[in-house]
Design a protein around this ligand. Sequence first.
Ligand code: NAD
Ligand code: AHE
Ligand code: ZN
Length: 370
Amino acid sequence: MATQAAVAYEPNKPLVVEDVQVAPPQAGEVRIKILYTALCHTDAYTWSGKDPEGLFPCILGHEAAGIVESVGEGVTEVQPGDHVIPCYQAECRECKFCKSGKTNLCGKVRSATGVGVMMNDRKSRFSVNGKPIYHFMGTSTFSQYTVVHDVSVAKIDPKAPLEKVCLLGCGVPTGLGAVWNTAKVEPGSNVAIFGLGTVGLAVAEGAKTAGATRIIGIDIDSKKYETAKKFGVNEFVNPKDHEKPIQQVIVDLTDGGVDYSFECIGNVSVMRAALECCHKGWGTSVIVGVAASGQEISTRPFQLVTGRVWKGTAFGGFKSRTQVPWLVEKYMNKEIKVDEYITHNMTLGDINKAFDLLHEGTCLRCVLST
Ligand code: NAD
Ligand code: AHE
Ligand code: ZN
């Protein structure tokens, strides 16, 4: 079928919204009519050319919701008409990873999603004038139709508003899960959050619901504090207001360091600061931000010898097909925020303007209708 999609032909060159051919789903695949897609900073990161897995031309996008249009042979868990959220972190329930009970990472299709193709024939389902266009993260949601693996589709309550719950495809679950699943923050803890974008705010919300007492937001943009208060941040530090390194500022503020810290920016120097502001003996720091190709983290090993723990999280540790529907129910029951992260609404045709907005301090999530 011919459909409108935003194609990234080269790093940083404006996306071209044009007619793209989308092939029918093959065995184990699902074609989805995407109705709403949000933009995440990871899309901007790959578009910038700094993602070692970034391939061009491609169709970016991974935070979306839609309706199943058709399914390939052997697909049993969804059917046309089902309301779904595509999941960049698959869940096959059969591989070594899924069965381990130790991780939400899935091994079934990752070797294909990392190189922009589908597992079956290692080819793309997208083309323009007969030339293939790469998939992205196994989702490619900046398109009116996309094809994904069946293990990458979460079927959700059809009553859920797709223009809101599309956010449950990435940023909000990542922040909540970083707290609930990866760090496992306990009541009474003190927490430091570096970076108060959508992911950092969702960490704050997760920390508040987990019963954290002090929730310290750290951002180089002081305007972020006002919004962050609504998500649970109750103290704020702008590193630019201090001469001392930010880790020292936080250690001094918290009688030796925080119980948990979260890096939600993608900056390796901040990752170090986030680890080093943790309390000796037990403080745990979780890396959430995605850092550019070639970047590396460092610290004195003594930081770990003396009991600090360094961790990372992908999609907040949530098992996608099982837990995204559960998160949708939590939203429907008003137990988690979603609407509050949506600051802008636009259309797919305005996607380049939406990316400009993403780099402005006032934009959390911009939802595009396709
Ligand atoms: P964002 O750009 O909206 O937020 C980043 C915030 O960090 C901004 O408020 C900015 O002012 C602040 N900031 C920048 N430099 C800073 C510094 N040196 N010190 C303190 N604050 C600073 O981004 P987002 O959408 O919230 O995403 C955050 C990161 O999380 C990105 O790297 C994104 O790629 C990543 N991410 C990871 C996962 C995952 O599964 N691990 C999922 C989603 C997003
Ligand atoms: N290709 C990138 C990987 C970036 C990355 O770490 N992605 C996160 C999700 S970010 C969503 O906004 C993730 O889930 N990683 C685990 C995985 O399997 O990709 C790079 O830098 O190489
Ligand atoms: Zn994302």
